[in-house]
Write a protein that binds this ligand. Sequence first.
Ligand code: BES
Ligand code: MN
Ligand code: ZN
Length: 517
Amino acid sequence: MSSVSQAQSIPILSAPLDAIDTDLLLIPWFEEKGLENFGELDQATGGELARALASREFVARPFDLFITPLVNRAWKARRVLFIGGGREEAFTPDLARKTAVAAALAARQRRTSSVTLLVRPGGRAPSGDVDVAGFFQSAAEGLTLAEFDGGSYKTDEGRIGPAPRLALAIRHVPDSSPESIARLEGAVARGRMLGECSNLARELANEPGNTLTPREFADRASNIVSSGGAAVEILDEKQIEALGMGLLMGVARGSSEPPRLMVFRHEPAGAAPGGPVLGLVGKGITFDTGGISIKPADGMDRMKDDMAGGAAVACAMRAIAMLGAPIRVIGVVPTTENMPGGRAVKPGDILKSAEGKTVEVLNTDAEGRLILGDGLWYARKLGATHLVDVATLTGAIVVALGKLTTGIFGTPDWWVEHVRRVGDRAGDRMWPLPIYDEYFDQLKSEIADFTNTGGRPGGAITAALFLKEFTGGLPWVHLDIAGTAWAEESRPYAPKGATGVAVRTLAELPFTSAAWK
Ligand code: BES
Ligand code: MN
Ligand code: ZN
């Protein structure tokens, strides 16, 4: 089994800017700011920076770019790229991450061989302190995210240049003790790892349905996770059947590709026996045709990314193991195609879940909640005490929140709010929607315990309430990433295609267990 290649680490340089030997210096710049202590740099550009600021050619709104040569031969760097960061007090680690991606992507387009990004910690935390390590981590995440290559099946040379050699620089180290430098290096290594694992998830989600079948998905994910150091078990259709997973088996019936159930385990030696166990469950539909309730042709190709939640769980498990999370974590990814074959589940059919509950399938296109129902039950069976599921679950969430914000649902409120905050810091924005019991009336069935569709009103909410039936009353969060897993338009900080959403949130979560109830 080949292991996943690991990127080179990103060094932190503390030499003066003129001594940094790099093809392109990347410098974040803030709105309404004069040259301040960048006078020498301006002189090295022959006064181009001051001129561009004075003429307002460059005003440093987020992602504005200004690139100019360094004409002073005493400087080791060849050129400098200024990237707008907006107002300094509003420059958060999240914006630092995005500007790092945008600057490094611009550098690639210019075919640079090496770049060095100056880390400029911005806005103050409520405490008044600046989270310098947080800015280093997000800078490393951003540079790494910019290394992602989407078009891996293009036989001609891609549009964008190869990834340049990376370095980070800092001008004023608030505390230059070896411990403080080691802390920043740790933050950079962590950011590098989280960026790499996000990129692995993007690569999986970009992969088309013909190459990434359920078996291939399970193979690749087990490679990614086991080479990271977590335990992997792949259950085949016989084992899935034996566990009584009628929902997963029901969805898989329409396909000639057999389903798989991936199980990942991170079990650190120091974890307290009665301590919390995080259960991560991801939707792994490698292609969603809708089944017998078939989708319209327009845009159906998008449904190759219907396993983005499963990819996020697998790639987060790698990060969790590599970074040595202090608690036990279990990952469960049910994977199958949703196809309209001759043996496919039909509208009106009744399936029995491993939990024992029966489901009347009114729409075979509401398949994600079916396979997740069995997945959530299995995570509980394996000992999870706190659950998070991630799924490209509903078109309704795209209508409600658009493409920039993940829908977050769950219970109790503290757990939802906790995951939301971790997500905010990780750059995965989320917004809560309610799951009042009354909505469950929409899932009433005449002949089974409940149906799998609640109609159009509140479609993302009734989907969440369906999942809640399988959580056994444990603290549980559901992330609906149908809008956020895939970028339809490229942005300065993200190309079109898979985004790697939720990987960093899931990976950071087990490190926050001290705050759990
Ligand atoms: N995979 C889709 C949800 C989806 C839609 C993801 C758009 C990404 C973009 C899911 O399986 C689905 O088809 N959901 C249905 C549910 C409905 C039949 C109750 C939907 O949202 O239309
Ligand atoms: Mn569907
Ligand atoms: Zn689906």
